[in-house]
Design a protein around this ligand. Sequence first.
Ligand code: PMV
Length: 329
Amino acid sequence: MMPQSESHPITSATACAGPSLALTKYWGKAKHGINKPATPSLGLTLTPLQSHATVSLAADGHEVTVNGVVQPLDRFAPFLKAAAKLFDRPVYFKALCTNSFPTSAGLASSSSGFAALALAMSQLAGRDLSHTNLSVLARIGSGSAARAVWGGFVEWPAGAAHARPLYDESYWPELRVIVCLVHPGCKAVSSRNAMTQARDTSPYYDAWVKESACMHHGALTALASQDLEQLGDIARHSYLRMFGTMLAMSPPLVYWVPASVQLIHLAQGLRKQGIGVWETMDAGPQVKLLCAAQDVDAILCRLNEALPELTPLVAQVGAGPCLIPSTTV
Ligand code: PMV
């Protein structure tokens, strides 16, 4: 860490970040530490989906808004406390966050939001934090944010305080993710509550954790050889087993809506016809389709036939968070 400059002139800082989509899932917290994962995960940072965070210091109390809505502070308290330690005096933050895509809907907006916040706050403090330290800080806000401080493909080992980059955004240029927003509202149960409940009540949880290490190892091997079929297959196992823990917990949790299930079958049908497309989902009903660029048109055509009301977004692997100079904000 660089020392904080005494004549540091910055009064506000803005950063942006893309969300981290998990191919193998972080689902379950280890018993000790804030957001330490029970399972390893492999994420890729998506573009053009983006979160922006502008932070400045406030006189008497923290204030966080997301898309103009003031947020309850309990959700942000541990992160704000950790970020305040970047300063050499007690501080309060005013943080204005916006997302270019639906918030708290199962599209990993918390990963990009906290990654952008961590970078903006370190800039405001006049600190030049390493990516690893940014990952530690962002993780305190939201586990998946530990991955979103890097672009490209990022691994977060089980039990680790931070993630680590594997390959940058130029590694697999043909890879695409078609994001299907099948249900626009916020999810009723947050991922943090759901994963704690899964750990505490699901009879399948221990098996999930045990299997995760194996799936993750397979995903790393598939990624190393850019084997999309293998990677897609493992990504399916990972999300379906994750949802298995939720279906079995008390009370059971079903995030899917009919269109989520329709898309699972649609992808299966396309694979049978030789079109490589593998779905994944996170804590919510939205479906993300993993495929190669050459198949995007055929998949979009099929999506349009099956779900004409859907507006799919074609995303790809993007760069990590960046600071936005205040003159251009
Ligand atoms: O970062 P959180 O607390 O929102 O949890 C994210 C959990 C999943 O999105 C379901 C999986 C993942 O690894 O991102």
